[in-house]
Unconditional design. Structure first.
Length: 273
C-alpha cells in the first residue's frame, strides 16, 4: 500500500476517535515522556491501536499518542518514539510526522536525550537544537518523492525555526532555566560512540550526539512543519569525563530534569501564536 493510502486509513481511525485537530505536535524522547501526563482532557491512544503505526520496543518508551490540551494549545504528543536502531525503516520512524501534518500540525516540538560534546555543557543541561548533522547513513526522503507531500530537494537551511528558538530563549530567561544552544549530531546507534568518534564529532562542529530526531526533522521540513528541537544532555559523551555510559544513567538524568523541562516546554507552547 502506498504512503498516501496508509495515511488515509490512519486518519479515518483518528478522526473517528477525536473530533478536533491538534495545532502542535510533541515528540517526547527517552525519559522525557512524563510531560504527556500533564496533558489535560487527554485521550491516550496506544500506538498498537493506530492503523499503520509501528510499535515501540525500547524500555522507557510508553508508546502512546496523547491528544489533549497543554498550556492552552491543542496538542498531539508522542509518548515514546521509533528509532532507526530498533530496526524500523526511516519511513516507519517518520510516519507519525506525516500523520501529524495530515491532522493539521503546524509546529513540532521534538525532544531527545543526548550526550554532551561541548565542554561547556554539563549533565542535566537543556540544549536547543540550532542545526543538525545527519550521520545516520540514511535519509527518510530516499526513494520516489510524492510532490503533494513536499519537494524532491527540500531546503534545510532553516531546519530549526529561528523565531521558535528566540521564543524558547525568552521563556528560559524569564524562568531562570539555563538553556544552551548547539548542533546535534544524529548517529544510527545503538552502541554509544567511542572516544575517538566523539573527538571526530567535536572537530566537525557537533555540540551533542544522539540516535534520533534527525529523520523526523527532515520529514517535518519536507512537509512544511516548523520545528523546535530540545536535547536533554543526560551525560557527557564518551571519553570526555572518562566515565562509562549507561542507558540507566540517561534515564535517571532525564528524570531529574523533568520539572524544568516541562516548565520550558509549557512556557514555549503558551508563547506560540
Ligand atoms: N550518545 C548517543 N546517544 C545518547 C547519549 C550519548 O552519549 N546520551 C543519550 N543519548
Amino acid at each position: 500500500m502506498d504512503l498516501k493510502s496508509k495515511i488515509n486509513e490512519t486518519m479515518t481511525f483518528l478522526t473517528g476517535t477525536v473530533n478536533w485537530r491538534p495545532e502542535v505536535g510533541l515528540i517526547l524522547g527517552s525519559g522525557l515522556g512524563a510531560l504527556a501526563e500533564e496533558v489535560r482532557e487527554a485521550l491516550a491512544i496506544p500506538y498498537r491501536k493506530i492503523p499503520h503505526f509501528p510499535v515501540s520496543t525500547v524500555e522507557g518508551h510508553a508508546g502512546k499518542l496523547v491528544m489533549g490540551n497543554l498550556a492552552g494549545k491543542k496538542v498531539a504528543a508522542m509518548q515514546g518514539r521509533f528509532h532507526f536502531y530498533e530496526g524500523y525503516s526511516m519511513a516507519d520512524v517518520t510516519y507519525p510526522v506525516r500523520v501529524m501534518r495530515e491532522m493539521g500540525v503546524k509546529t513540532l516540538v521534538i525532544t531527545n536525550a543526548a550526550g554532551g560534546i561541548n565542554p561547556f555543557f554539563r549533565p542535566g543541561d537543556l540544549m536547543l537544537i540550532g542545526d543538525h548533522i545527519n550521520l545516520m547513513g540514511d535519509n527518510p526522503l530516499r526513494g520516489p518523492n510524492d510532490e503533494t507531500f513536499g519537494p524532491r530537494f527540500p531546503d534545510m537551511s532553516r531546519a530549526y525555526a529561528r523565531d521558535l528558538r528566540d521564543k524558547a530563549h525568552a521563556v528560559a530567561a524569564s524562568s531562570g532555566i539555563r538553556l544552551q544552544e548547539g548542533v546535534y549530531a544524529g548517529l544510527m546507534g545503538p552502541s554509544y560512540e567511542t572516544p575517538a568518534e566523539i573527538r571526530y564529532l567535536r572537530a566537525v562542529g557537533a555540540d551533542a550526539v544522539g540516535m534520533s530526531t534527525v529523520p523526523e526533522v527532515i520529514v517535518a521540513n519536507h512537509c512544511g512543519i516548523q520545528v523546535l528541537g530540545i536535547s536533554c544532555i543526560t551525560n557527557m559523551a564518551a571519553g570526555i569525563l572518562h566515565q562509562n555510559l549507561s542507558h540507566d544513567e540517561v534515564m535517571a538524568v532525564a528524570e531529574q530534569v523533568r520539572t524544568k523541562f516541562s516548565e520550558l516546554v509549557k512556557g514555549i507552547l503558551a508563547a506560540l501564536d
